[in-house]
Design a protein. Sequence first.
Length: 259
Amino acid sequence: MSKTHGKFIWCELMTPDTSAAAKFYSSVVGWTTSEMKVEGMPTYTIFEANGIGVAGLMEFPAELEGTGIPPNWTGYVGVDDVDQSAKDFAANGGAVRRPPEDIPSVGRFAVVADPHGAVLCIMTPAPMDKSPPELAFDAPGNIGWRELYAGNGEEALAFYSKQFGWTKDSEMDMGPMGVYYIFAHNGRQTGGMMTKPDNMPMTFWCYYFIVPALDAAIERVTSGGGKVVNGPMEVPGGSWIIQATDPQGAFFCLVAPKR
């Protein structure tokens, strides 16, 4: 297992209105956008922070319309061998939602689900002459946290540890809400997972984008047509978060070091 196996490497929004979404997130998070053209594929929008790509934006696929899948953010996890990882997901109770295929000059990817149905993409990036620049992990505009609302938090941690080599960093007893498991990749805290509340209709991964201060960001969310569905609240460690939906209905989260 290489050091990059199991690392979150990308995040992507599928939405029916890409121009409105680009405007909304540029305002809320402070991202700028650029376009990437890949032969034979629709133009792909890159969200950038300080000129470094951190996330992508694409048109909601026509084949998913009417399936009940809402506009959504999906994370990409780097793996050493996409084809083998897809087989491993299926062999351990998960599922392959889209079989491995190549994106020219970008890499090979697949869409997979864990045993309780939460969806991720896995990718083996195409070889590069040199590694692309990365933002500091706590820089504004970066993805600061990933969170899984799981069918069963303990089972999910065991499943992903086997697939990606993640380790349990710590756990917090949240009383009636159950146990929150913080997981690490190569020793660095990367995200958390917990058993989803009964009122959540499905299991899913969500992503926290870092902003400098939360209250001002909340203003940008609401004035831009988004809706705060939870928060603001302070989390252990002193950061502040909200959970929200964008104007097209995609769920996203923000985290800031201060109000």
